[in-house]
Design a binder for this molecule. Structure first.
Ligand code: SF4
Ligand code: SF4
Length: 474
């Protein structure tokens, strides 16, 4: 860490320490002081108008966001919270964002804000339709490989690392080591919750820069139906333990044609809030792999429901005190597809650099290339040049909503299938999306036409001098 960065971190740590120490005495007054004094820190994560709105909510002393703030302070260990804010706010928000944006212009390619990697492809569970369950204990990244990803990433400005798999907590000792060695990075593990115990919670509190997203799919019946008997109870037990220990955590929900009503019901959300869940990451079911079930892709009506439900659930008056987001229906906040390093990319357990966790194609492996070389490879550059794939950000995906784009990219770059359960061609994969893409296009068009949109601060190739020059020549 450079001297300036280290001083910024120390100053922020000192302020947070003092404020969190006294916050319980008069939460309303002290949260306002905390927001005022850490504006320089939170400004790296939230736009100013959102910060002003947060202050207004606290001043009012009621509402969804007030409840959220109170729950967060009540349920989360304050020393852990301080370390997490330092990693996510100073490391990623302030120091990382500036560097990422600058490096895009230096290297003329996408530079990611976060990297998702699979410590192992192994999993201790057997969920229906999941390749990890079928695949078994075949591939893993070594601790040194993960260290190298983080150190190369930090040099580019990347300070957020997400871990998936397989089950990443099969490598929990190595993950804690990574956290310990990189206090200026925030880590998040997507987990099936079965390996969370008291000792691991204590380690999370000690390092302070890792949070968890626990997989759950609605009620006991719907969760166990896909994930196996006892999985709902395991997730609930783990949530109770994390809350009791004061560790920040959320949930990860895959929504399908069968469970979408259940996982967006008030009863489900209220239960999750009562268990201490602070955020919910929702993922549209993607028909990837030979065991995939295209009939589980949510219908256009269900996608419309998701679009409206997300905005209602985040509304300060009609919402719930947890933060929900959906990578498919929230594309307008990030300028569409974020893959191939535009905001993130994926490294699988065999070291292949893939544009996205759902796009199992690659032309680069971290065992042969640096991250920067991979970001500048033909596959990643094709994404860089073509993003956004659609100006309607409710149709962001080159696979699900614009399957002709992925077919063309794979044909043009010759990227190879990295699907671990067996090779899958772009044509076979995209053919499973064609029907949905055609049905969703007019519905998404109408939604886009008739609703307001944010104006996210983002960088597209088409806005660069080279992009403009290229467009002028065509
Ligand atoms: S817990 Fe996750 S990785 Fe493991 S089998 Fe189930 S869905 Fe796959
Ligand atoms: S490739 Fe599709 S799923 Fe992946 S980030 Fe882009 S839009 Fe999202």
């Amino acid at each position: 860490m450079k001297l300036k960065e280290s001083l910024e971190r120390k100053a922020a740590g000192f302020t947070l320490d003092r404020l969190l120490k006294y916050i319980n005495k008069d939460p309303q007054k002290n949260i306002l002081r905390l927001l005022n004094r850490t504006e320089f820190l939170l400004g790296g994560i939230f736009p100013k108008k959102n910060l002003d709105a947060m202050k207004e909510v606290i001043r009012a002393g009621k509402g969804v966001y007030y409840d959220f703030a109170m729950n967060l302070l009540r349920d989360t260990d304050h020393d852990y919270l301080k370390k997490f804010l330092l990693a996510a706010g100073v490391g990623a928000g302030i120091q990382g964002t500036k560097k990422v944006r600058a490096n895009r212009d230096v290297y003329h390619c996408n530079i990611p804000f976060l990297i998702l990697m699979d410590p192992t492809s192994a999993c201790n569970c057997r969920c229906k339709g999941c390749w990890a369950a079928e695949y078994g204990h075949k591939n893993s990244l070594t601790l040194d490989e993960m260290r190298s990803v983080v150190s190369q990433g930090k040099a580019l400005g990347t300070h957020i690392y997400m871990l998936t798999g397989g089950e990443p907590l099969l490598r929990k000792k190595d993950l804690i080591t990574l956290c310990e060695e990189n206090p200026d990075c925030a880590f998040l593990a997507y987990t099936n919750a079965t390996l969370i115990d008291e000792a691991f919670c204590d380690e999370l509190l000690r390092v302070g820069n890792m949070t968890l997203a626990l997989s759950i799919e609605g009620s006991q019946k719907t969760t166990d139906a896909r994930r196996g008997e006892g999985m709902y109870d395991a997730a609930v037990r783990a949530m109770e333990l994390l809350k009791q220990k004061g560790v920040l955590f959320g949930m990860s929900v895959c929504y399908t044609r069968e469970n979408v009503d259940m996982v967006t019901s008030d009863a489900f959300l209220d239960k999750m809030v009562s268990l201490g869940v602070k955020f919910g990451f929702y993922f549209n079911y993607m028909p990837v792999g030979s065991n995939a079930l295209p009939e589980l892709i949510p219908t256009p009506e269900q996608r419309t429901h998701m679009y409206r439900w997300l905005r209602r659930t985040r509304n300060g008056e009609t919402g719930k005190p947890l933060f929900v987001m959906d990578f498919q229906d929230d594309g307008e906040y990030v300028g569409g597809c974020i893959a191939s390093g535009r905001r993130y990319f994926h490294i699988n357990a065999a070291g292949d650099m893939e544009p996205c966790v759902f796009i199992h194609f690659s032309d680069s492996n971290i065992r042969e290339k640096t991250l920067l070389e991979g970001l500048q490879s033909p596959l990643f550059m094709a994404y860089y040049h073509q993003q956004p794939f659609n100006d309607n950000h409710l149709r962001p995906c080159p696979m699900l909503e614009n399957p002709q784009c992925l077919r063309a990219i794979i044909a043009e770059t010759g990227a190879k299938s990295t699907n671990l359960e067996g090779e899958e061609t772009a044509d076979a994969l995209c053919a499973k999306c064609d029907k949905f893409a055609a049905a969703w296009a007019p519905v998404a068009g109408e939604l886009w036409e008739n609703n307001p949109h944010p104006n996210p601060k983002t960088q597209f190739y088409r806005d660069t001098p080279e992009g403009k020059q290229q467009a002028a020549q065509q």
